[in-house]
Write a protein that binds this ligand. Structure first.
Ligand SMILES: [Fe+2]
Length: 205
């Protein structure tokens, strides 16, 4: 018996719409400038919890758990990718001699952290929302290096930040800004925020 034409049309529509979803998920994370403040010297503690330095007192600022999956453009999770982030403290100060206020920085903030994605390609950092920053919207820098692959250097921004529209780096991104926005939502049961942001990079991109 031949399949009913409506059933055929429905199957075709389903196939197209799921292909569309896969395509949307696989749009590469846009590369952006490294900026001048990649740490010259790594702090003594470089783990994935930037809110404390080696078990010391907590850093000031609003805690953010940032997590996601690193995939290639075909949607394959990338295990063992090196993931680095660096950013300012709650006052907008970097740990870098090029930042004139670096002497006033929060000594309890780690400023830089790195990890390897797990077997499912997942990453998870605990950090703070970067502080207001003169001349640019608040941002978190990132470098993601898949095992045996090229490094993606990019920046993440806070969704809804009113400083985004006037920023020259953000303007160059066009619609790709949507792929580097942190949508920080309250974490259940406490004052911290959490966000999920997947990264797409690697050989198939
Ligand atoms: Fe920066």
């Amino acid at each position: 018996m031949r399949p009913h034409p409506i059933r055929l049309a429905l199957a075709a529509w389903l196939a197209l719409s799921s292909a569309g979803t896969a395509l949307a998920q696989a749009m590469p994370t846009p590369a952006q400038t490294e900026g001048p403040y990649y740490p010259l010297v790594r702090p003594a503690d470089t783990d994935a919890d930037l809110t404390r330095v080696a078990g010391g007192p907590p850093a000031q600022g609003e805690v953010l758990t940032l997590r996601g999956i690193v995939r290639d453009c075909q949607g394959t999770p990338l295990a063992g990718a090196r993931f680095e982030i660096w950013q300012t403290d709650h006052q907008g100060i970097y740990l870098h001699p090029g930042d004139g206020r670096t002497g006033q920085r929060d000594p309890n903030f780690q400023f830089y952290g790195e990890l390897r994605t797990d077997a499912q390609g997942a990453y998870r950092f605990r950090t703070i929302l970067p502080g207001p920053y003169t001349g640019r919207p608040r941002h978190i820098h990132a470098k993601v290096t898949p095992a045996g692959g090229a490094t993606l250097t990019t920046q993440f921004y806070l969704k809804g930040d009113t400083d985004l529209a006037g920023d020259f780096i953000v303007r160059r991104l066009g619609k790709a800004i949507e792929r580097v926005l942190i949508d920080a939502q309250p974490e259940a049961g406490n004052a911290a925020r959490q966000a999920t942001l997947d990264v797409v990079t690697g050989r198939a991109c």
